[in-house]
Design a protein around this ligand. Structure first.
Ligand SMILES: [Zn+2]
Length: 355
């Protein structure tokens, strides 16, 4: 079968290879891949910046945002049958206390593996096999939008974490700000709207296509080339209660922390590789956090419950803003055009490979 592999550490090594269709053992499910979403992680793996081959192998099949159809199940599989649409989770456990409690996303030792990223093949292949415990069933009516579930799970974890840490007090948030308007920023904004918040979306450009999405959602957009982040609370006449940082730019992250209001929570959920240095007023930063009772929390990956909440929210979003979610998939490529697909990532909201 056809698959897309890279040699980690080598720039632009993505290529089509021919590998065997995986065999299905008793507790495994064989999935025929329909769509695979690409993100910055795939881009950076193909840039040679990271990625790890499975043990005793020389290449890594990439792809971690999948949507596929079950075509065969092992004799012990109970929850799935041929014809089911499924999304696979990405991270696999080591033996730390969190992994043993099925909190792989909170892995303590770092010995986890991740499909398509770290020590395990991903989903950019015609078929993959997986244990049923790592698969999530997706309602058929979500259609191709199901491919958005894996990245949506990250946004779900960000929002769930914000509300969880704020149980430290009585808290009635009104306004949320999301920095970044890539797929993760947009889906986070959608989830926060569904939680009943006023949502502000911030990035560094104006884009007519995204403006229509903001307007359909009832989201206020600010371009920080035109207004300083610090002026936004004054501009809207109230403080920001939740900030979710989805740009991965550490400068934006530091300024977001300082612009958050009293008793606010700031969730940092994105990174970019590098060693950017920025200068901030350390005393102002410290005073703001202490006197404002603010909390900063970082999150990575997602728990299975975030996938489940993601399914619920994608369905509610589809019902509330019909046709909106499919507008977030802005480019489709065949596997052969993987390089073109990866280089188009930054001008698109979500790029998918269609098998
Ligand atoms: Zn662990």
């Amino acid at each position: 079968m056809k698959a897309i592999s890279v040699v980690p550490g080598h720039k632009s090594s993505a290529q089509i290879i021919d590998v065997d269709v995986p065999t299905v053992t008793a507790n495994h499910v064989l999935v025929k891949v329909k769509l695979v979403g690409l993100d910055r992680t795939d881009y950076e793996i193909n840039e040679g910046l990271y990625g790890e081959v499975p043990e005793n192998e020389k290449m890594l099949i990439i792809g971690h945002e999948s949507l596929g159809e079950v075509v065969e199940v092992g004799t012990e599989v109970k929850a799935f049958k041929p014809g089911d649409m499924v999304v696979s989770t990405v991270r696999r456990p080591d033996d730390c206390i969190n992994c043993r409690a099925e909190e792989y996303d909170m892995c303590l030792n770092g010995g986890y593996t991740e499909r398509g990223i770290k020590g395990r093949h991903g989903f950019l292949s015609e078929y993959y096999a997986e244990e049923e415990q790592f698969l999530v069933k997706v309602p058929e009516k979500l259609g191709d939008v199901g491919v958005l579930l894996e990245p949506t799970s990250i946004a779900e974890k960000a929002v769930r974490t914000a509300f969880a840490v704020q149980k430290r007090m009585r808290w009635e948030p009104i306004t949320a700000m999301v920095t970044g308007t890539g797929f993760l920023g947009l889906v986070t904004a959608i989830i926060l709207k569904l939680r009943g918040l006023e949502v502000i979306s911030v990035d560094r450009s104006d884009n007519a296509y995204k403006d229509r999405i903001f307007s359909q959602l009832g989201i206020l957009h600010f371009n920080t080339k035109q207004i300083n982040l610090h002026e936004i609370p004054h501009e809207i006449g109230r403080q920001i209660d939740i900030i979710v940082e989805m740009t991965g730019n550490s400068g934006v992250a530091m300024h977001a922390i300082m612009v958050a209001g009293t008793n606010a929570v700031i969730v940092l959920a994105s990174i970019t590789g590098g060693d950017r240095r920025i200068e901030i007023c350390g005393d102002c930063f410290n005073q703001g956090l202490v006197l404002g009772n603010k909390t900063i929390v970082g999150i990575v990956n997602a728990h299975r419950r975030d996938f489940e909440q993601g399914i619920a929210d994608l369905q509610t979003a589809e019902a509330q803003w019909s046709g909106l979610l499919e507008k977030l998939v802005t480019a489709r490529y065949p596997p052969e055009n993987i390089h073109e697909a990866l280089s188009s990532l930054f001008e698109n909201i979500k790029v998918v490979i269609e098998f």
